[in-house]
Design a protein around this ligand. Sequence first.
Ligand code: URA
Length: 296
Amino acid sequence: MDRDTLRQVEDWIKFFQELGFEEFYRRPQRVTAASSSPKAAATPLSASPNAASGPTFGNKPLGASEASRGPAKPASPAEPPITAAPQFTASRPVASQSLSLFEAPPAPAAPAKRETLEEIQTDLGDCHRCKLSKGRKHIVFGQGNPRAELVFVGEGPGADEDEQGLPFVGRAGQLLNRMLQLIQIRREDVYICNVVKCRPPGNRTPEQDEIATCSPFLFRQIQSIQPRLVCCLGSPAARTVLGIKEGITKIHGQFFDYGTGKALATVHPAYVLRNPREEVILRDDFEKIRQFLQSA
Ligand code: URA
């Protein structure tokens, strides 16, 4: 990890500690169907066999992206970490039911202060923290209900989003709208945002330094909204939010403990636009979302 990345990670940890989180960077715990009810308590850190192993950080690069921009790119072990995302512990025993790919997060911590989205946006300002600012027309902060039960996290704005300053307003957005209609959820009732808030040039996958710089704002947005469910659209979102190493086709549709709620990942709508036969994955996962949100 280079010095700049390390400094960003340290700032990041400090920021979350100030919010009242402790060891927030531990890997979320996958939850089984039986415990995926929103009432199920998050597995406490102490219950994790690796709980004492100390904080670890992601060393996994961004890999293949099912998202809108650019061809899928295989994961390359030579690439640097994308963020302070928690590290996959390959040697960890995998229980048959709990499939503990991830370390459990701490019991949901009450943050010292719940920021508003407006405060976060003000802090973001006319951001020039990373190189993506050079080519953007608009920052795409996010859109929707600040008290949404469901938050979608995409990869980053495309051309239409950059033009309008709003997330998922292009073709991928139309497919997302269709999926929402299918499960009878109104778009205005959810919150939609992205891992990076400025359009990567040529719609390429966001680079690790860009994600490291921008993702703290995403995490603050999620912390502000405190949704019951975060749905990661595509690999970059899943890697950033869940710190996963596995491909999305392996872990899609599975519920993970995440903060005070749950998170799941599914394929990016843009991937489905390019691979229409895969729409079934999106539909199935949206049906799981519907069932989850309908459960008391
Ligand atoms: N793709 C994304 O990942 N995000 C958007 O906002 C639009 C397309």
